[in-house]
Design a binder for this molecule. Structure first.
Ligand SMILES: [Zn+2]
Length: 393
């Protein structure tokens, strides 16, 4: 490696560090400013119900709209209108889904533990769904109400419980969708309509609650169907989806510990005592102690739904502390890895530099010898030249 490339390497490293710290600083400030702007704008028009006066809730809408406050406000107000039109609070409180057990039998799905970060893990075996039976046991309208009630439960119970269990703020879900056997032929018009309706609800009214979706066992039939389905999805959501074939396990295990993954997906859990993994709503949210703790005021620094008793200033401070701590840990780990890599790189550089220097010193010595030899030649030539010019005279 030459001196120039060493210099370039060092310059590049310091540039990366500077641009990273600038980007992080700007990003945090930008988030804070945007949340404050959105909050003030909603308060000014008296359109911020206490329930949603929460840093993380507003942040989700801002993120979904690329931090455009006007667009985020529009989206937020659409959500409020939808909640009123569909009586979402009533669904969350009073909706009874009596066909739950029958639905689970023809449509295996449910929450099952957490991912490695502590987010709820949701699993759906859509490829095993018996659609004709599903339509017998429930209706599209009731299924959608059930879906909404589950979303509300995730916001009000699952995320706060996961936050307490993981000791950090949790506000998104990791999902696995097993599409084995699913294709154009067995995904009827009714099923497509239901899928699109649920997609619409999730991305419009529960934005940014999906952390990552792994679609597994995708065959050629599903891939053809996927081309159609993805046209109904937001680009931001699509970025969080990985479509995997039958070799999905190593990718999924990066996100989920084997003990939290059911045996039928390649993990080690069987939930044999409770009749199977997807029948029980297994997770920190079923632990009475954790639920109690998540409702205590001391848990509020990690609880996104209980922030209404705090002022925004307190909210920003506390949640930023949690966020900063989280990002600090992640950054520290990333930074350590980067630094180790750079040390190795620079050690290689130093070794190469030493080699180059030794070669240059040798060259310098050789050149010195050559110069001396040439000087000697010149000294020998001078008397001869003198003699010639004397003869000419
Ligand atoms: Zn299990």
């Amino acid at each position: 490696m030459s001196f120039r490339s060493i210099e370039q390497l060092l310059r590049r490293n310091s540039k990366i560090k500077i641009s990273q710290s600038i980007a992080n600083g700007i990003h945090d400030q930008k988030e804070e400013r945007s949340v404050q702007a959105l909050r003030e704008s909603l308060l000014a028009t008296n359109q911020l119900p206490e329930k949603f006066d929460d840093h993380h809730v507003l942040l989700r809408f801002l993120r979904m709209r690329g931090f455009n406050v006007i667009k985020a406000k529009e989206m937020f107000l659409n959500m409020l209108k939808w909640r009123e039109d569909c009586a979402v609070d009533t669904i969350a409180k009073d909706f009874k889904f009596e066909e739950f057990d029958a639905l689970k039998r023809c449509y295996p799905h449910g929450f099952h533990g957490v991912d490695r970060f502590g987010r709820p893990l949701y699993i759906e075996r859509i490829g095993s769904v018996d659609l004709s039976k599903l339509m017998q046991v429930t209706s599209i309208d009731r299924y959608i109400k059930y879906h909404i009630s589950e979303q509300e439960k995730t916001l009000s119970l699952r995320y706060p419980a996961c936050s307490v269990a993981a000791k950090k703020h949790i506000s998104s879900t990791t999902a696995i969708l097993d599409v084995k056997g699913l294709g154009m032929n067995n995904f009827s018009k009714a099923a497509r309509e239901m899928f699109i309706e649920i997609q619409k609800i999730d991305s419009n009214y529960y934005p940014e609650t999906l952390h990552q979706l792994y679609i597994i066992n995708a065959g050629s039939g599903f891939r053809a169907l996927w081309k159609v389905l993805k046209t109904f999805m937001e680009a931001r959501t699509l970025k969080k989806i990985q479509v995997l074939g039958t070799n999905y396990l190593s990718t999924v295990l990066e996100a989920v510990e084997p003990s939290n993954l059911p045996e039928f997906l390649g993990g080690t859990c069987t939930c044999s005592a409770t009749g199977g993994c997807l029948l029980q709503d297994k997770g920190p949210w079923t632990d009475a102690g954790i639920i109690r703790a998540s409702k205590e005021p001391s848990a509020r620094h990690v609880d996104s739904t209980c922030g209404r008793k705090r002022t925004l200033g307190m909210l920003l401070l506390e949640d930023n502390q949690v966020a900063n701590q989280m990002s600090e840990n992640t950054h520290q780990k990333q930074a350590s890895e980067q630094i180790s890599g750079k040390i190795q790189e620079l050690e290689d550089c130093a070794a190469q530099t030493k080699e180059t220097l030794e070669t240059l010193i040798c060259k310098q010595k050789e050149l010195g010898i050559h110069i001396e030899q040439l000087r000697e030649l010149l000294r020998d030539d001078v008397p001869a030249e003198k003699k010639t010019s004397e003869k000419e005279k």
